[in-house]
Design a binder for this molecule. Sequence first.
Ligand SMILES: O=C(O)C(=O)C[C@]1(C(=O)O)C=C[C@@H](O)C=C1
Length: 306
Amino acid sequence: MPRLAYLGPEGTFTEEALRLLDPAAERLPCANVSAALNAARTGDADGAVVPLENSIEGAITTTLDEFAWGEPLLITAELLLPVQFSLLARPDTEIAHVKRVYTHPAAITQCRAFISRELPDAVVVAAPSTAAAAQEVSLPGSPYDAAIAARIAGEHYGLVELASDIGDRSDTVTRFVRVGRPQPLPAPTGSDRTTLVVFLADDHPGALLEMLTEFSVRGVNLTRIESRPTGDGIGRYFFHFDFEGHIADARVGEAIAGLHRVCGEVRFLGSYPRADGVTTQIRRGTSDDAFGEAAEWLARVRAGQV
Ligand SMILES: O=C(O)C(=O)C[C@]1(C(=O)O)C=C[C@@H](O)C=C1
């Protein structure tokens, strides 16, 4: 039974994602995403489940940055979790008396319209996680009147629901990934995603275009691209890519090898089945057969068999 670290305490969306990804796993709650990934790196846990992006807020930058530095980790699975938020409070609290709200920063962004409409005078304070906020609000004498968290967190910590489904959109989805230390990759399924971090060798005109060309000429479809600061001063960035396909696919392997040739450093973060099950469309001339046939043709030409 694997032991998986996650952003705790009990009742976070990340815990729900972990339970769906690996119902049999032993769960190790951690105080933040960095601590969960650290547990996976040091061996305190066999792996970790962390949020990577949200359909409203975009990238979870802590996760992206953690993947880029330190001991390498590999993504082995992903999950898309619909997220719905509730306003939770101690029994007998009235919404009109809610003046201090505690929740995770991602929830603040996703419930902005509700907060400005229903709680215009409330102070909203950032918590380590939505469940940590619910746990804190449940304590007698807590400085907070309400938490924004999953309904299940309210049930867990004995809170009542003052309002449900308070997200700006009811179809919000967060993408979670399971990561572990380097290990054999999941086999290709025909519906796979690959994640990479790329550092430039040097800053020059067309550097981004050069990277994109490695994907485009081989018919590899990108699904996410982000630039993140390296920390070495203003204007210094590294790049995060998600794209369709598996490193075992010839076109994907060649694109990654091309990046390795022209960029400073390529950190491979894994090839794993897509949660949405979308089949990779293979453009003409970019199948494994097409790459194999072209390599054989080149070998014949090089041997003078023209
Ligand atoms: O606080 C939680 O419950 C989490 O699991 C974290 C997190 C996030 O980091 O985006 C996960 C899903 C929601 O988008 C809000 C918060």
